[in-house]
Write a protein that binds this ligand. Structure first.
Ligand code: PMP
Length: 429
């Protein structure tokens, strides 16, 4: 049996043995030993409501997903060079959720791998090197993805912006450069041509535009209407391809639609997926058009040892089944709307809530002191909610946005309990 160590002992061993850059959540870190639905349990059996885990999408340790993985693990796990039903079934099921012409699937083991491979596809298709990204975005941890992630290259320890990267301002209608007008999407989208022109001055053509369909690290930002349509048109006119990073927000989380880019009424050229795809099992995917996939055929094979193995595909199939059978997309829409309405009510009651925004179960609450972001308050709220056994976290360039993205089985009763506790915390602060 694995020895059960105290929190202090585990902390000491982490410091001694593990990646020295690893951080832990909370001033007094928690040790979790079990998960079920929206709940995590510490070693004393104390339950915590998980409001931030968008990876365990259909609920922690969902029994159907667990059984599916266990059964396949006991049957066979091997690479994709043998014929197997699971991978083709998964490709059929996944592409059925996507609009035409998104119909060719590459499986990977993580979101970073998906975005990395997508970059190779974009380069191969366009023969260009430039990439436009949105400020404060995060697309992955590999060297090439850090170059595409202002959150990293402009953050602590970052090496700055590389010459082949163009950065456009976040389409933030609350604190961004353009206010909340019906025109905001178009105005922000019109930043793309000048970003691409700057690249051209350096003799760099645009291969791709990477954009999350709702901004995660940017601070849980909802894209203004018309933004992607305007941006995509500009990128395509310049010969580039448009990528929707759905690693955080895909698989029904946006509520109204299965893919968050659909809220913008566009069809990307490449979609990347991760986190929720395997409910915590490491997996990612790229889906693209037959045309772009054909451009990638050069004689060199793309082979990825673990990607698309029978166990991963069995798990991912179970995730799709559970989303459909438990109507979790509809749940995200209904409970998400209820949460946003409840949060807006709290905004009326208390000073300091500048903005409440979101789609489905992807919600941000921006804490402000007048016109100044208030990260101290955000941190204090997170700690006070922890004391009430609710797990929350902060996000955004100023770290003043409460991020809310619970497992999709989050119920109206869970939402009521959360709102009640947040009310208590705001009342006391
Ligand atoms: N894209 C986005 C939008 C993400 O949020 C993340 C992970 N936080 C990634 C890509 C990278 O995914 P992974 O950690 O699975 O490599």
């Amino acid at each position: 049996a694995i020895p059960q160590r105290s929190n202090d002992e585990i902390l000491r061993l982490r410091k001694q043995l593990l990646n020295p850059t690893l951080s832990v959540a909370y001033q007094q870190p928690l040790k979790m030993v079990r998960g079920e639905g929206v709940w995590l349990y510490d070693q004393h059996g104390q339950a915590y409501m998980d409001m931030v885990n968008n990876v365990c999408h259909v609920g922690h340790c969902h029994p159907r997903v667990v059984r599916s993985g266990q059964a396949q693990m006991a049957q066979l796990n091997t690479n994709t060079r043998y014929l197997h039903d699971n991978i083709v079934e998964y490709a059929l099921r996944l592409t059925a959720t996507l609009p035409e012409p998104l119909s060719v699937v590459f499986l990977t083991n993580s979101g970073t791998e998906a975005n990395d491979l997508a970059l190779r596809l974009a380069h191969a298709h366009t023969q260009a090197q430039g990439v436009i990204v949105v400020d404060h975005a995060y697309h992955g941890h590999s060297p090439s993805m850090i170059e595409l992630s202002p959150y990293k290259f402009n953050g602590k320890g970052g090496a700055g912006q590389r010459p082949h990267i163009g950065v456009v301002a976040m389409p933030d209608t609350y604190r961004g450069i353009f206010p909340d007008t019906p025109d905001a999407g178009r105005l922000y989208g019109q930043l793309l041509p000048s970003a691409m022109a700057s690249l051209r001055q350096r003799h760099i053509a645009t291969a791709a535009f990477y954009c999350e369909s709702l901004l995660g690290c940017g601070g849980q930002i909802v894209l203004p209407e018309g933004y992607l349509a305007e941006a995509y048109a500009a990128v395509r006119a310049a010969g580039g391809v448009c990528l929707a990073d759905e690693v955080q927000v895909g698989f029904g989380r946006a509520g109204e639609h299965f893919w968050a880019f659909e809220c913008q009424g566009v069809v990307p050229d490449i979609v990347t997926m991760g986190k929720p795809i395997g409910n915590g099992h490491p997996m990612g995917a790229v889906v693209t058009t037959p045309e772009i996939a054909a451009s990638f055929v050069s004689g060199m094979e793309y082979f990825n040892t673990f990607a698309g193995n029978p166990v991963s595909c069995a798990i991912a199939l179970a995730v799709l089944d559970v989303i459909a059978d438990e109507q979790l997309q509809e749940n995200a829409r209904r409970v998400g709307d209820f949460l946003i309405a409840g949060l807006r009510q709290l905004q009326q009651q208390y000073d300091g809530i500048g903005d409440v925004r979101g789609r489905g179960l992807f919600i941000g609450v921006e804490l402000m002191q007048g016109r100044t972001p208030d990260p101290q308050k955000a941190k204090a709220v997170v700690e006070a909610m922890k004391a009430r056994h609710v797990l929350l976290s902060t996000e955004g360039p100023d770290d003043n946005v409460l991020k809310i993205k619970p497992p999709m089985v989050f119920s109206r009763a869970n939402a009521e309990e959360f709102l009640d506790k947040l009310d208590q915390v705001l009342h006391g602060s």
